[in-house]
Design a protein around this ligand. Structure first.
Ligand code: BEZ
Ligand code: FE
Length: 312
């Protein structure tokens, strides 16, 4: 449909009072933010239906897709979130949240989507530990290290918790793979006074997001692939600082230009460096994290989308 027709939501042949009638049904005791969000959603949904002359059969297909996503979801799989991811919604909301949270010229570490594979209560580990278990030597052991600092003062942050997770060389997170030990390739590390951290992990690989459900149906319908570039996930928390949910991406990985869930940002591209002299690692990955205090944040909004951030 031509752009002009799509944007002209008033010029239609349907009941001109219908949307106003639905909006007017709202009661007086509604929370203002709930009213803003639901009224805007209703307006956009109605405009969408009218502009595209959505039929009952097409609408029912959409309902069935959402119902199927609900049926597939459990503690180990979040198909609703996956649907949002392939539509770019989680990455867009992540960008909006980050921009609201900072207006500084020198910015904290950029955020990226949480994704559906985060698990609470990853094992707490000593600095220098290895998060890899039960995986045969595959030539991709990596020593990751760096410092967590306050982005404004540059001071090291003590007590920062770095929660890390990534896939195995077969492209599966441990909860997707009965052959991996529970909590494999996950760990939580707490910085001391110097703000430094280090641990052993693997150089990750690109992998397909699960495409055996509604998200996969959308990808197929749009003639798209399901792959994500090689990446490592992080959730950083620290006393007095805003949590950071982010991912770093192997610059040389396939799909960095073409992430199925649109999460790659230039500042999150990293280089795995060949590492000599350590029998436990073939690669070195230096990476520093910069965090903002709550007072640095405009309106006290938080970067990232975790239950932790919502409750702080
Ligand atoms: C992930 O990187 O874990 C992920 C993100 C979005 C959808 C599926 C997986
Ligand atoms: Fe991932």
């Amino acid at each position: 449909m031509p752009a002009a027709a799509v944007s002209d939501s008033k010029a239609h042949k349907f009941n001109p009072n219908f949307t106003a009638q639905v909006l007017a049904a709202t009661g007086p005791n509604v929370n203002p933010r709930v009213k803003q969000l639901t009224h805007s959603l209703i307006q956009h949904l109605h405009d969408f239906a009218r502009e595209n002359e959505l039929t009952v059969d097409e609408w029912m297909m959409g309902v069935e897709l959402m119902n199927e996503a609900g049926r597939m979801s459990d503690a180990k799989r979040n198909e609703g979130q996956l649907l949002c991811d392939v539509l770019g919604l989680e990455s867009l909301v992540d960008e909006i949240t980050y921009k609201l949270a900072t207006d500084a010229a020198d910015e904290p570490t950029a955020t990226a989507i949480l994704g559906p594979f985060y698990r609470h209560d990853a094992p707490k580990m000593e600095m220098g530990s290895c998060i890899v278990h039960g995986i045969k030597e595959s030539g991709d052991r990596t020593w990751m290290h760096g410092t967590v600092t306050d982005f404004k003062t540059g001071a090291p942050i003590e007590g920062a918790v770095i929660d890390v997770w990534h896939t195995a060389p077969n492209g599966l997170y441990e909860q997707q793979d009965p052959d991996q030990p529970d909590m494999n390739l996950r760990g939580r590390f707490t910085t001391g006074k110097d703000g430094k951290y280090n641990f052993y992990c693997l150089r990750p690989v690109p992998y397909p997001i699960p495409f055996d459900g509604p998200a996969g149906k959308i990808l197929t319908a749009l003639d798209r692939h399901p792959y994500r570039p090689a990446h490592i996930h992080f959730l950083l928390t620290a006393p007095g600082h805003k949590p950071i949910v982010t991912q770093i991406f192997d610059r040389s990985s396939k799909y960095v230009e073409d992430d199925a869930v649109f999460a790659v940002k230039d500042s999150l591209l990293v280089d795995f460096l060949p590492f000599k002299g350590d029998p436990n690692a073939e690669f070195e990955l230096p990476y520093d994290f910069k965090m903002a205090t709550f007072t640095d944040a405009k309106e006290g909004k938080l970067g990232g989308s975790t239950e932790e951030s919502a409750s702080l």
